[in-house]
Ligand binder design. Structure first.
Ligand code: GLN
Length: 304
């Protein structure tokens, strides 16, 4: 397996030059655009890695999956989806357009920023408690109690996050979210700044792939149902307005983040973590697309 991973990385890593690192969050500009690493963990917990798999990066939008799970644990699926929809979107992740006049009174889905901020607002807790619950769930799913957040990235995003601020206030005006908007945003910016590596992501992927069977969950809710829901949402919204093409070409439910991470789940088989900060125009890792496409073909992982 490690030889295959190394070969796929070597075949694709030069493509970094066709993308660019995220710069709208100033602290993310410091990433090395050439980085490219992957980890796969199988059901027996064997870990296979290649490339720059030991680099740390911020989880960014991949945290939206964990926050969604926490909101479901706190208030249940039905309540969560009263404020956020199930449908995919052809708009970019930071779109504001669904929140215009006479449009839906829900955020369109939990993976674009509006829906994700709404999801964070639904997690129970005051002050930092929402974030701390998300951080603890990331640690549990990744089997890594040392995971923490990156203060510089958090401050950088907080200082420049006016578009997310606009989205959040618009949602408050439409009653999609309630309470202290700045506190909700603070929790959201912190959750996006959680520092991880590809092994952490692969472990999170395996927890979902395994239907959380080794995870203790403090709620009266069917673990298999949660994993199916997360996998469905990842399939149609995890790569934003690229999710359709991703499903056809890669066929592995995945969630991306603008720092270059990708969390991928091969149900009942593997968790996969990828890192490559050179992004395509949709804000997904460009190398992640080419590497996972080739790997999916090589290992016959396309679900469809
Ligand atoms: N923190 C980022 C933001 O809210 C997350 C976006 C992303 O990873 N696509 O803009």
């Amino acid at each position: 397996m490690e030889k295959i991973l190394q070969r796929v990385i070597d075949n694709n890593r030069n493509l970094y030059k066709y993308g660019k690192v995220a710069d709208y969050i100033p602290a993310l500009k410091n990433a090395n655009i050439k980085d490219c690493g992957i980890s796969i963990i199988d059901k027996d917990k064997n870990i296979f890695s290649a490339g720059d798999y030991n680099k740390k990066f911020t989880i960014q939008s991949i945290s939206k999956i964990i926050a969604l799970m926490q909101a479901i644990l706190d208030i249940g699926i039905e309540e969560v989806f009263k404020k956020v929809g199930y449908e995919g979107s052809e708009k970019p992740f930071n779109t504001i357009s669904y929140l215009g006049e006479n449009k839906t009174e829900k955020a369109i889905n939990p993976m674009i920023n509006s829906g994700a901020i709404a999801i964070t607002s639904l997690i129970k807790g005051e002050g930092d408690e929402k974030f701390n619950k998300i951080l603890n769930l990331v640690r549990t799913l990744a089997s890594n109690p040392n995971i923490d957040y990156d203060r510089d990235v958090y401050i950088s995003e907080k200082n420049t996050g006016d578009r997310n601020r606009a989205i959040a206030y618009l949602m408050k005006s439409k009653n999609i979210i309630g309470g202290d908007v700045e506190s909700i945003l603070d929790n959201y910016f912190k959750q996006c700044s959680i520092n991880i590596d590809t092994i952490d992501l692969a472990n999170i992927g395996l927890s979902i792939a395994n239907r959380f069977k080794d995870i203790e969950i403090n709620a009266d809710i069917d673990k298999k149902k949660i994993s199916s829901l997360l996998i469905a949402i990842m399939t149609h919204s995890g790569m934003y307005n690229f999710s359709g093409q991703w499903s056809v070409e890669v066929g592995i439910p995945s969630k991306s983040g603008v720092a270059g991470g990708i969390l991928s789940v091969v149900p009942d088989k593997y968790g996969i973590g990828f890192f490559g900060p050179s992004l395509d125009k949709n804000g997904n890792s460009l190398l992640g697309h080419s590497v996972l496409k080739e790997l999916s073909k090589e290992l016959n992982l396309n679900l469809f």
